[in-house]
Write a new protein. Structure first.
Length: 542
């Protein structure tokens, strides 16, 4: 009986201290626009006469821990009149202020702090979905950023072959060539083909404060096809609380990721700075889709006065990763699974099931079934050929194999954003930006030996590197090589949009999207594969 009473007493004490631990003292509330009753994310909440403060989240909500007492709370937001609210805080309780409405200094012109033409619920006639930083942090993990949108109506995203950054997104059936993707107001769709290479923005999710997905055509001030929709990624420094974080992530395929971030929070209701860095590596879940990546981010915000604000951003993600680009018949992954779809034995015989022991005899580190990838194959470790890219010779990624398809790229993005209210009825935002680009992808050119030349059965062909190297060494000149397809670019652009409120029922806007780019496309030899030189005779200009 004594033991039972002791146990009950211990549990009661644990419950008491647990309840005491979770009791908080502070203030909560929601900040909204007085005219449209819409939330104001990023509004500053300060305790008068102190340095204590916070900002509202994407829904306009805030929570400010503080001590008990009576205070004056100052609520401010760019383009709105400041508001002071007196509040008495009781120890151990969160005092709720409810909804706090701010009067706009410019009637009806909202959210000019965002460059990306964000839609407003109940005002903009497009279907929209908003995703805040907390949801991104909890649900995305270390995946490519489009995958957070899979729960959004009419949106489909996939990792495709499983290579890091090789994801794609479809909106209302349209691929991402017809979806305008923007980061802090800067369009990141490729100028030539409209595609978005998410490996260029690896690590951006760690700094993202919100994402808005607009489905269908919207009034976006961009010369970019957007019939599918518009995806706006915002990394506002002022939306992050003061503090820092160091995070380590581990996953399948020897995946490792380290993230370091620091934020000043909003200082004196004027300045905010955010910095971050990411290191990511792994061998890949799909065979040989390894990754070797870095990412960096700097964001700064400065509120000049109530009518003018500047933001500066710099980010990039230099990376290399093995790819799995070619689609396979389902029978190549599993005959048993294919039978569930009605495959006959004759059809199964056309596609031998991936079996590493048959395809790569003597090579133990290979995967079969769903993890099969034809874009790599073993090479003798005695082969000491160097690989050439970015103007230098390098050792290959692994001594025991070569990737036929590898992506290597670095695309820095730098932009300066200026937001202003000129009068009560005229507002403007302007974005100046530079986007570089250096790198490319690999493949073969010329005549190479494939597995079937050596009598090896496989669901699809792959390069037999040792046979190719032996033939090139015997010939002197290389008959087939590993090449780089280079894509070097420098893009300069300016975006500007003026919004005009004529009256309560009529608004107008006019804008400009100016860009110019210098883009180089060429091929170069990456690996001679045992030969002394290579001559390409397939080009009319060779």
């Amino acid at each position: 009986m004594k033991r039972i009473l002791k146990s009950v007493l211990v549990m009661a004490l644990m419950m008491f201290f647990g309840a005491y631990t979770y009791a908080q003292t502070g203030i909560t509330g929601t900040v909204k626009d007085s005219e449209y009753n819409s939330s104001l994310p990023g509004a500053a909440i300060m305790i008068k006469g102190t340095t204590e403060g916070t900002i509202t989240n994407i829904d306009g909500d805030f929570e400010l821990p503080t001590q008990a007492g009576t205070f004056d709370i100052i609520i401010s937001f760019l383009g709105y009149e400041d508001k002071t609210v007196s509040v008495t805080v009781t120890s151990g309780k969160m005092t709720r202020l409810g909804e706090i409405s701010l009067e706009g200094t410019s009637q009806g012109i909202l959210e000019i702090y965002v460059t990306a033409d964000r839609a407003k619920e109940r005002e903009t006639p497009v279907a929209i979905s908003n995703i805040d930083h907390k949801q991104i942090e909890n649900e995305l993990g270390s995946r490519d950023i489009p995958l957070i949108l899979n729960s959004t109506p009419s949106v489909y995203s996939t990792q495709q072959g499983g290579g890091a950054g090789d994801a794609r997104i479809n909106v209302r059936g349209f691929d991402q060539r017809n979806v305008a993707i923007m980061i802090n107001g800067v369009p990141v769709n490729d100028m030539e083909n409209g595609w978005v290479y998410w490996s260029n923005w690896d690590g951006i999710a760690d700094a993202t404060s919100s994402i808005q997905m607009q489905r269908g055509l919207s009034a976006v001030n961009l010369a970019t096809p957007s019939i599918g929709g518009t995806m706006n990624i915002i990394t506002s420094p002022a939306s992050h609380k003061a503090g820092g974080s160091l995070k380590f992530e581990y996953g399948s395929g020897n995946f490792m990721k380290a993230s370091l971030a620091g934020n000043t929070g909003l200082i004196n209701d004027k300045f905010a700075l955010s910095v971050g860095g990411v290191r990511k590596s792994g061998v890949g879940v799909i065979d040989k889709t390894w990754t070797d990546a870095w990412a960096y981010y700097v964001g700064a915000s400065y509120k000049i006065n109530k009518k003018h604000k500047l933001e500066f951003y710099a980010m990039g993600a230099p990376q290399r990763h093995g790819q799995n680009l070619y689609k396979q018949n389902i029978a190549a992954y599993s005959h048993e699974y294919a039978k569930e779809f009605g495959y006959t034995q004759d059809q199964l015989d056309q596609y031998p099931e991936a079996d590493a022991s048959i395809q790569y005899p003597g090579y133990s580190d290979a995967k079969s079934g769903r993890y099969y990838n034809e874009n790599w194959s073993p090479v003798s470790e005695s082969y000491n050929g160097k690989q050439y890219w970015n103007g230098k010779e390098h050792d290959r990624h692994d001594k025991g194999f070569l990737n036929e398809r590898e992506n290597f790229y670095s695309k820095p993005l730098i932009n300066l954003n200026w937001y202003s209210h000129w009068t009560d009825k005229i507002s403007q935002y302007t974005v100046l930006y530079y986007s570089g680009g250096k790198g490319g992808g690999t493949g073969t050119i010329g005549s190479v030996r494939y597995n079937y030349h050596e009598g090896i059965t496989s669901p699809s062909r792959f390069v037999h590197w040792d046979a190719t190297i032996a033939r090139n060494e015997a010939n002197g000149a290389s008959l087939g090589v590993l090449r780089n397809s280079r894509n070097n670019q420098a893009t300069y652009g300016a975006l500007s949009k003026v919004k005009i409120l004529f009256n309560e029922n009529l608004k107008g806007s006019v804008g400009i999207d100016w860009r110019t780019a210098e883009i180089e496309h060429y091929r170069e030899v990456r690996d001679l594969l045992g030969g002394t030189h290579f001559v390409d005779t397939n080009d009319d200009f060779a």
